[in-house]
Write a protein that binds this ligand. Structure first.
Ligand code: GLN
Length: 492
């Protein structure tokens, strides 16, 4: 069924017109999952019965709404009161949440059909989807390569047309990086735009829910439905959500695009990435936009500041997995509560999680907090100030900043897993957006030929805090003229 490759808006409209039933479409996706997911490993758990039941209720007119009958894959870090929520960790194997995350609930209330939970790097730590307790997702463009991470399962499922859209989270790049490596649209809204209630905490001041979609308009629609204040999360901003957030077709008058001089890393970018950014510049120039060089002088401190701040928050958040209240408990006999906790954590967490907990505990330890944690916080402020100055609406600020999403296309499985620093450098173009709390989107920008495979590359557009509407309009303009909307992974 060709419709499985269409945008979610097209699918919804086809259902509404009666061209196809929600059950038929849901079944088509379930069939594709059965056929392709053994090779891709993008789903951790699939809910065929529940999905078909919801779809049948849509067909019977019992469920209506702007997403009626649209299928969704959900990163296994969003709690759902059905199935399990494991964060791809042994620590949470079999964990059943008593409630559903606000973001998921709002989409289900709008009529979405949840197909299943997608695989991720354990506790959202990683850029390759290889740190999962079981298996790990693969890139549909070349299954020997990674889909990116940490929301790699969601990106792979989207690229393989195994859902009409998928949900991810982005703490340092975990939506935008896998979206770029899998050739789909990946959108991270501003910090506080979407409630974190029911999202298992990674680094609480950086985590944000977002989407993988086939189009910018789909991202806009899902964001509009998920966004807005939530009594269960007081860090979720009580800010007006523009009613026409999904009206992305209007070009921004007098468009100014910023090109950060610090984002041209000499020799670091794959030629296809540089070519994609150059082509995007040419496209906007042809559309009459003004291209302006912007100065983000603190860019280079982003990676160290991020890996201090995120590990500090992570080590605190993961302290709750003590083998008593939550998660895995050791079977080894002990009467000592401290030993029970130590053994449970040793068995339940994977290597990358342990590495981050140790880093985080170190940077928070007595005598070091000023040297590391406090300094990282100050750097974070400076990075935000850099962006604020670039976007400054009072002056001749830019509407959006254009840069790569990643330095290159997907790498091979196993290539970086033993080199944590190289893995962390994957986030060089994405982490500063999280540190600043602003919004960013990765858009498919063509393919690069690598060892006989065509592999997708992405470009990134960055917008100011709560500037989603303008950012998405600017992104739509690229999408409309760049000619990459038909990019399909070669899996049939
Ligand atoms: N790759 C980054 C990390 O490992 C991003 C993670 C994320 O955004 N969840 O920290």
């Amino acid at each position: 069924m060709e419709l499985v490759h269409a945008t979610l808006t097209q699918q919804r409209d086809a259902i509404a017109r009666g061209d196809v039933s929600a059950v038929e479409l849901t079944q088509a996706y379930l069939d594709r999952i059965a056929q392709h997911d053994p090779a891709l490993g993008s789903y951790h758990e699939v809910f065929p019965e529940r999905a078909l039941k919801t779809a049948a209720a849509v067909d019977a007119g019992e469920i209506t709404g702007p997403l009626a009958g649209v299928t969704l894959g959900v990163k296994d870090l969003f709690c759902t009161d059905y199935g399990t929520t494991t964060c791809s960790s042994k620590m949470l194997a079999g964990y059943r949440s008593p409630f559903t995350a606000t973001a998921v609930q709002r989409l289900e209330d709008a009529g979405a059909v949840v197909l299943g939970k997608t695989v991720m790097d354990e506790f959202a730590l990683g850029s390759s989807c290889e740190t999962c307790a079981h298996g790990g997702a693969r890139n549909p463009w070349d299954t020997d390569r990674v889909p990116g991470g940490s929301s790699g399962g969601s990106a792979a499922a989207m690229a393989g047309s195994l859902a009409a859209a998928t949900l991810g989270t982005d703490t340092g790049g975990s939506i935008r990086q896998p979206a770029a490596l899998c050739g789909v649209v990946g959108f991270k809204p501003s910090y506080g735009r979407v409630s974190r209630y029911g999202m298992v905490a990674c680094a609480s001041s950086l985590d944000q829910a977002g989407t993988f979609t086939r189009s910018v308009a789909d991202a806009a629609l899902l964001t509009k439905l998920m966004a807005g204040a939530d009594a269960n999360d007081n860090t979720c901003a009580d800010r007006h959500v523009p009613e026409d957030l999904d009206a992305v077709d209007t070009p921004v008058p007098g468009l100014r695009i910023g090109l950060p001089k610090q984002y041209v890393l000499e020799g670091a970018n794959h030629p296809a990435v540089q070519a994609a950014v150059d082509a995007a510049c040419a496209l906007y120039r042809d559309q009459g936009a003004e291209l302006v060089e912007v100065d983000l002088p603190h860019t280079k401190y982003g990676i160290p500041a991020y890996y201090v701040q995120m590990t500090a928050e992570l080590s605190s958040n993961l302290a709750r997995y003590d083998g008593v209240h939550y998660g895995h408990r050791t079977d080894r006999p002990t009467t000592d509560p401290a030993e029970l906790t130590a053994l449970s954590r040793e068995e339940g967490f994977g290597d990358e999680v342990k590495r981050r907990i140790m880093l985080g505990t170190y940077v928070l330890s007595g005598g070091y907090e000023q040297q590391y944690y406090d300094r990282a916080l100050r750097v974070r402020r400076l990075i935000r100030n850099d962006f604020d100055a670039a976007f400054d609406a009072q002056g001749a600020g830019v509407h959006a900043i254009l840069c790569p999403t990643t330095t290159g296309p997907a790498f091979k499985r196993g290539e970086l897993i033993d080199d944590p620093l190289a893995m962390y450098l994957n986030d060089v173009y994405t982490v500063n957006v999280n540190l600043a709390g602003i919004c960013g989107i990765s858009l498919p920008a063509g393919t690069a030929q690598v060892d006989g495979s065509a592999l997708p590359v992405g470009v990134q557009l960055i917008g100011p805090a709560f500037g989603e509407q303008t950012l998405l309009q600017v992104a739509r303009q690229y999408e409309q003229h760049a000619g990459h909307t038909e990019l399909r992974a070669p899996i049939g």
